[in-house]
Design a binder for this molecule. Structure first.
Ligand SMILES: NC(=O)c1ccc[n+]([C@@H]2O[C@H](COP(=O)([O-])OP(=O)(O)OC[C@H]3O[C@@H](n4cnc5c(N)ncnc54)[C@H](O)[C@@H]3O)[C@@H](O)[C@H]2O)c1
Ligand SMILES: N[C@@H](CCC(=O)N[C@@H](CSCO)C(=O)NCC(=O)O)C(=O)O
Ligand SMILES: [Zn+2]
Ligand SMILES: [Zn+2]
Length: 381
């Protein structure tokens, strides 16, 4: 059914990032109607991910200002542009920063979840149709972010960047499946393909690392070693499947040597869930000679580079990375939502804080406190 706002500009509240590291400003933002191949979504709940903070910090080479950040959310379709057939007004959806068009070279390859259809536009903060933004404040354009911009009560996304989900799913919970939880689970199931009995090391026990632990437990890993510089993380990590905890600060030796010593030569799989290039090296080098695989999940700042002795790879270790855990977004997000509804995966357990959009700056501060995994913001319509 058509909404009363269809075809009209909507003025709503959004958190605008005008400059790196400067508090976000809650503004009245004008959101233009969706053009061909676009969907306007009423965002009901959004969580904050560390990648939002990373771009806000100014360290993201693709970061553009002013912009509307946010990419871990859920909402309801308000209206659709010409030619959109996969969703309609009233559908419950999760915006997907990793698109899935099912037609491009990437989508058809069967080798990756990356999609090439709209990536060139989402990387420069605009929509593919006219290479312009749908957001403005008093006539001045505001850039999109990751093709999602969910820190706004209404956003416009490409139709290839929105997953239709079960209307039964609580949107204040499943918004987390738009990024962190899905990424951690997928890193284990799709990218590493951890097998039963494997020894797994997880570097960084935030939401992404805990979801890796949860995925590894489900895959039947025999040992799941959590590594974090905050020892308080271990208590909560046990609930997600971590069986042993190592704090690098408690050891004189490099952490990779500590892990090699306690695992008879190294782990089968390791996951870097921090975004620290020194830890990425340690995560590779703690892998078992001959077969150990290390997956980079964390996002490192502009200018940072990874290094190791090539001998580490010559002797059989494998270095990989993952975006959105290798999940094909529009296919797998609805599947993950069903798994949540069937109580096969955790989601509620990652939500430590709930606030309103107006408290978004406070929520960003919370991200740096060890006790915060995910903070979900209600968009207060
Ligand atoms: N690849 C993807 O698709 C994808 C998706 C989501 C998030 N990410 C990235 O994953 C990373 C983790 O995200 P998160 O939301 O879980 O972050 P988080 O900040 O909640 O968790 C990071 C954890 O790492 C720990 N840590 C920090 N420095 C450490 C060190 N030197 N050694 C050991 N532990 C250390 C912290 O104490 C914290 O517990 C971020 O870089 C984020 O941008 C990537
Ligand atoms: N613009 C950033 C890219 C950072 C990055 O790697 N993003 C991940 C998702 S992080 C979600 O929290 C990703 O999906 N990358 C693949 C892609 O962007 O297509 C930078 O350049 O550092
Ligand atoms: Zn994220
Ligand atoms: Zn594609």
């Amino acid at each position: 059914m058509a909404s009363s706002t269809q075809g009209q500009v909507i003025t709503c509240k959004a958190a605008v990032a005008y400059e790196p590291n400067k508090p976000l400003v809650i503004e009245d933002v004008q959101v233009a109607p969706p053009q061909a191949g676009e969907v306007r979504v009423k965002i009901l709940f959004t969580a904050l991910c560390h990648t939002d903070h990373y771009t806000w910090s100014g360290k993201d080479p693709e970061g553009l200002f002013p912009c509307i950040l946010g990419h871990e959310a859920a909402g309801i379709v308000e209206s659709v542009g010409e030619g959109v057939t996969d969703v309609q007004p009233g559908d419950h959806v999760i915006p997907c920063y990793q698109a899935e068009c099912k037609e491009c070279k990437f989508c058809k390859s069967g080798k990756t979840n990356l999609c090439g259809k709209v990536r060139s536009a989402t990387g420069v903060g605009v929509m593919m149709n006219d290479l312009k933004s749908r957001f403005s404040v008093n006539g001045k354009p505001i850039y999109h972010f990751m093709g999602t911009s969910t820190f706004s009560q209404y956003t416009v996304v490409h139709d290839v960047s929105v997953a239709k989900i079960s209307p039964q799913a609580p949107l204040d919970k499943v918004c987390l499946l738009g990024c962190g939880v899905s990424t951690g689970l997928g890193a284990v199931w799709n990218t590493a393909k951890v097998e039963a009995g494997a020894i797994v090391a997880v570097f960084g026990l935030g939401t992404v690392g805990l979801a890796v632990a949860e995925g590894a437990k489900a895959a039947g890993a025999s040992r799941i070693i959590g590594i974090d510089i905050d020892s308080k993380k271990f208590d909560v990590a046990k609930n997600f499947g971590v069986t042993e905890f190592v704090n690098p600060k408690d050891h004189e030796k490099p952490i990779q040597q500590v892990l090699i010593d306690i695992t008879d030569g190294g782990v089968d799989y390791s996951f870097e869930c921090i975004g620290n290039v020194s830890v990425m090296r340690a995560a590779l080098e703690c892998c078992h000679k001959g077969w150990g695989t290390s997956v980079i999940v964390g996002v490192a700042a502009s200018g940072q580079e990874i290094s190791t002795r090539p001998f580490q790879l010559v002797t059989g270790r494998v270095w990989k990375g993952t975006a959105f855990g290798g999940f094909k977004s529009r296919t797998h997000v609805p599947w993950l939502v069903e798994k949540y509804l069937n109580k096969e995966i955790k989601v509620d357990e990652y939500i430590t804080h709930s606030m309103n959009l107006s408290n978004i700056n406070e929520a960003f501060h919370l991200l740096h406190e060890g006790g915060c995994l995910r903070c979900v913001l209600a968009m207060e319509h």
